[in-house]
Write a protein that binds this ligand. Structure first.
Ligand code: SAH
Length: 262
């Protein structure tokens, strides 16, 4: 059952901001599937709304990737009109996705936006699906950095990368490399080597959970920028992250132990 938030009666329509997981339909939360099945309107970026089965009483509003705030405003306006609106993101809606955009528009919008009952439902984010595919890559303290400098300056990214290495976190890197940003990931690899961690493990997980899934792992010094694209999440090991190899069903697993010893 979807509970109403305590501070708002459902005077207007409602707005759900949901995560569709990494791609495999079986990784969509049942609760998310339920709200999608009762929606009147779906709002989202083209490839994500394409995952929703069309039906007669459902309007699908598909948009470009770069218009997050407009998309959030459209969703809120449809909800004000009494619709049951579902904004879809891949993975989790709070991880570099639509949930923040919705709240940004609410904060700066008319007071009526507060009369909409907004519910955020989580999803399996790419880094967790990728970590699980190889074993337990993110098994101990880790952090996440979005390598896109579309919305924040590169200096901030570089500072966070260096501090994450100095903090000995395992790191998940989203949006590693796009056609519009061909050099950011090359710079990232140089920064990791400059921080003296070139011998640590790095894993590239592309299209996690889909039939086209492709995983690879190596030492950071052996990685090349072309190994990453926008369908890849990159995992960088901490000093404890290790690969265990045996002849067996999978030949290897990568994990980060939780035990630090005495
Ligand atoms: N909200 C999404 C992330 C959106 S940012 C989530 O929680 O997963 C888009 C980035 O997510 C991509 O550039 C890629 O780095 C990562 N990503 C999303 N789905 C992925 C998948 N199935 N396999 C690998 N990486 C994925």
């Amino acid at each position: 059952m979807i509970k109403m938030s305590p501070h708002s009666e459902n005077k207007k329509g409602s707005l759900f901001v949901v995560g569709l997981g990494p791609g495999d339909v079986d990784m969509i939360l049942p609760k998310v599937a339920k709200v999608i099945s009762s929606a009147t309107d779906i709002v989202g970026y083209g490839p994500y709304v394409d995952r929703i089965k069309p039906r007669s009483n459902l309007t699908i509003h598909s948009s470009d990737n770069r218009v997050e705030l407009e998309r959030a405003r459209l969703a809120l306006e449809l909800a004000l009109d009494g619709k049951t609106v579902v904004v879809v993101s891949s993975g989790d809606p709070s991880v570099f996705a639509m949930a923040s955009a919705v709240f940004e528009v609410i904060e700066n919008g008319p007071t009526e936006f507060f009369e909409i009952n907004v519910t955020v439902l989580p999803g399996v984010t790419a880094m967790l699906a990728a970590s699980a595919e190889v074993g337990a890559f993110l098994g101990h303290d880790f952090c996440t950095i979005n390598l896109s400098d579309n919305l924040k300056p590169w200096d901030v990214i570089e500072k966070r990368l260096r501090l994450a290495i100095q903090g000995d976190f395992a790191i998940a890197l989203y949006n590693p490399r796009s056609k519009a940003r061909p050099d950011g990931f090359k710079k990232t690899l140089s920064i990791l080597i400059d921080e003296g961690v070139g011998d640590r493990l790095i894993a590239f997980a592309r299209d996690v959970s889909l039939p086209s899934q492709y995983l690879s792992s190596m030492r950071i010094v052996d990685a090349t920028p072309e190994m990453a694209d926008m369908r890849t999440v990159v995992l960088v090991g901490s000093s404890y992250t290790r690969k265990i190899k045996r002849d067996g069903v999978k030949n290897f697993y990568i994990y980060t132990p939780r035990y630090y010893g005495e």
